[in-house]
Design a protein around this ligand. Structure first.
Ligand SMILES: Cc1cc2nc3c(=O)[nH]c(=O)nc-3n(C[C@H](O)[C@H](O)[C@H](O)COP(=O)(O)OP(=O)(O)OC[C@H]3O[C@@H](n4cnc5c(N)ncnc54)[C@H](O)[C@@H]3O)c2cc1C
Length: 269
């Protein structure tokens, strides 16, 4: 049974919430594209998962003492199946290689879910921007829009390595998906940033969800907050990973990265 709303969670001596660890087994994997694999997990621990009301719910997968953060692409409580889509980015790292080699019966332990965003039904339009790492959260947001507001306008900009990495996405009648292909010399997020800055965005109350490589966060924050004056509370934006850093390195430097970015932005205004 999900934990009832409002019931306090026991905490560690340092005051941080003591998040329960859950263990699941791989049921099957699906190669979505050459660079993305879906791992479908099951197990009785899924019965304990709270109701998932957001579209960017994530879990912290454990590899020994190290964690890696992944979006819940979908959760079917009746079938007891939870799907996570992993970017396969070569031999480096823990989670990517684990997913690439995952076999039915393999197990994985995780903490969570956490999360913070879902498309608001009151927005006039939605801007969804990301690279492959944010594709699962963006697809989950489109699933939600399709189920709740099929007339919703959603302008989606997704950067992937090439045409073979494009996926069929759930769409509303008002969805436009623009696929941007990284050029051979492009840094992650460079072509995507250009495309969003050049785009003619819809009028009205626009909500934005912008995630992926950290390098695109600074210019896109400036564009959305300073150039377009979109209120901060209408934007969810963050770096999901950073080139040349593993997740431990990125997470431990993220606070400083964000503080520096805020300071630079304040100095410009
Ligand atoms: C809230 C949140 C949700 C996320 N959801 C997803 C998701 O659903 N699917 C997903 O695939 N990722 C997702 N990510 C990103 C994922 O956590 C990172 O990509 C993570 O670094 C991958 O761990 P790893 O062990 O494979 O590689 P690491 O050990 O962390 O890194 C090894 C090397 O690979 C590079 N690297 C890491 N990620 C990528 C990448 N995507 N492309 C190219 N090079 C990379 C690193 O810079 C480093 O050089 C999410 C991150 C956050 C914060």
């Amino acid at each position: 049974m999900p934990r009832p709303e409002g019931q306090p969670r026991p905490s560690n001596p340092d005051g941080r919430p003591n998040r329960p660890l859950r263990t699941l087994a791989v049921v099957r994997t699906e190669r979505l594209t050459p660079g993305m694999v879906r791992v479908i997990l099951t197990g009785p621990d899924l019965d304990e998962l709270p109701e998932l009301t957001l579209t960017d719910h994530y879990v912290k997968l454990r590899f020994g003492d190290v964690t890696r953060t992944y979006t819940i692409r979908s959760f079917d409580r009746e079938a007891r199946e939870l799907a996570i889509d992993f970017v396969i980015h070569g031999d480096e790292g823990l989670a990517g290689p684990w997913a690439a080699a995952a076999q039915p019966g393999d197990t994985v332990t995780f903490a969570g879910p956490g999360g913070g965003w879902a498309p608001s039904p009151d927005a006039d339009a939605h801007l969804l921007v990301g690279d492959e790492s944010a594709l699962p959260a963006i697809a989950a947001a489109l699933d939600r829009l399709k189920a709740t507001r099929d007339d919703a306008r959603a302008d989606v900009y997704l950067e992937v390595a090439g045409a073979g990495e494009q996926q069929v996405l759930p769409t509303t009648a008002g969805t436009t998906v623009t696929w941007i292909h990284r050029g051979p010399g492009d840094r992650y997020g460079e072509a995507l940033t250009r495309a969003v800055i050049e785009a003619v965005l819809p009028d009205g109350r626009l909500e934005a969800f912008v995630h992926g490589n950290a390098d695109m966060v600074k210019p896109l924050r400036r564009h959305l907050f300073t150039m377009l004056s979109i209120p901060r509370e209408n934007v969810s934006i963050s770096g999901y990973w950073r080139t040349g850093m593993n997740e431990d390195g990125w997470q431990s430097s993220k606070r400083e990265f964000n503080a520096q970015m805020e300071a630079e932005q304040d100095a410009r205004v």
